[in-house]
Design a protein around this ligand. Structure first.
Ligand SMILES: O=c1nc[nH]c2c1ncn2[C@H]1C[C@H](O)[C@@H](COP(=O)(O)OP(=O)(O)OP(=O)(O)O)O1
Ligand SMILES: [Mg+2]
Length: 214
C-alpha cells in the first residue's frame, strides 16, 4: 500500500478525556478565565498551571500547534494529570501574519498590551496601503496526557483592525479587533458570552469538544 493510500484508509480514533481534573496549562489570567467558561460543562476541576506552581516553559516552536503541544506536555508531565494548553495570537495580513506566535512577546516583559497595540498601529502605517486592515486571531489547543499522547486543534476568527483601541472587556489585543459581522464593535466591547459565541478560542473548543469531550 502506498503512503497516501494508507493515510486515507487509516482512521486513528482520537483519545477522549475521561476523569474530572484537567490542568489548564496557562499563566495568562484572561485566557484561563475564558477557558474555564468554555470548558465548565465538561470538566469538574481545572486548576491552572499558575495555581499549581508549575513553571512557564519557553515557547521554542515555530507554530501555534507546536507551542500549544509543548506547554500541554510540560504541564501533564510535571503534574501527572491531563493538561490543556492554548497558544494563540493575532495575525495581521499586511504584516505577513505578525505578530503571530510572537503576540505575547510584542507586549514585552511587563506584558504591556497598550505598547503591543501601538506597535501594530505603527507597523501597519508603514505597510503598503493596498494590503488593508484585515487580521485574524488564531487559537491552537493541545490536550496532553502524562504518557505523551497529544490531541490538537486550531480555530480562527477573522476581522479588521481599528485604532485607537476601544473597550475594556477581554484582554490582550481585544480593543483593536473588530470581528466580522458585528458592525464596529471591538472584541473588548463585547460581553464575555458574546465573545465566546464567535471567538477563535470558541471555534477551537467546538473542535476539541467534538473530538475529546462530551
Ligand atoms: O482572545 C484574545 N484576545 C486578545 N488577545 C489575545 C487573545 N488570544 C490571544 N491573544 C494574544 C495576547 C496573548 O498574550 C497572546 C497569546 O500568547 P500565548 O503565548 O499563547 O499566551 P500567554 O503567553 O499570554 O500565556 P500562556 O502561554 O501561559 O498560555 O496573544
Ligand atoms: Mg505564552
Amino acid at each position: 500500500m502506498t503512503e497516501t493510500a494508507r493515510r486515507s484508509t487509516e482512521t486513528v480514533a482520537p483519545r477522549r478525556f475521561a476523569g474530572d481534573t484537567l490542568v489548564i496549562a496557562s499563566h495568562n489570567k484572561g485566557k484561563v478565565r475564558e477557558i474555564a467558561a468554555l470548558l465548565g460543562r465538561y470538566v469538574a476541576n481545572f486548576p491552572s498551571a499558575g495555581e499549581l506552581g508549575l513553571p512557564e516553559p519557553e515557547e521554542t516552536e515555530k507554530t501555534f500547534i507546536g507551542n500549544a503541544a509543548l506547554k500541554a506536555l510540560a504541564a501533564a508531565k510535571a503534574s501527572g494529570l491531563p493538561a490543556l494548553a492554548d497558544d494563540s495570537g493575532l495575525a495581521v495580513d499586511a504584516l505577513d501574519g505578525a505578530p503571530g506566535i510572537y503576540s505575547a512577546r510584542w507586549a514585552g516583559p511587563e506584558k504591556d498590551f497598550a505598547l503591543a497595540m501601538e506597535k501594530v498601529r505603527r507597523e501597519l502605517a508603514l505597510a503598503p496601503d493596498r494590503k488593508g486592515d484585515r487580521a485574524h486571531f488564531v487559537c491552537a489547543l493541545a490536550l496532553a496526557w502524562p504518557d505523551g499522547h497529544v490531541e490538537a486543534v486550531e480555530g480562527q476568527a477573522h476581522g479588521t483592525l481599528t485604532f485607537p483601541p476601544r473597550g475594556s472587556k477581554g484582554f490582550g489585543y481585544d480593543p483593536i479587533f473588530i470581528p466580522d459581522g458585528h458592525g464596529t464593535t471591538t472584541y473588548a466591547e463585547l460581553d464575555p458570552d458574546q465573545k465566546h459565541a464567535i471567538s477563535h478560542r470558541a471555534d477551537a473548543f467546538r473542535q476539541l469538544v467534538a473530538r475529546c469531550f462530551g
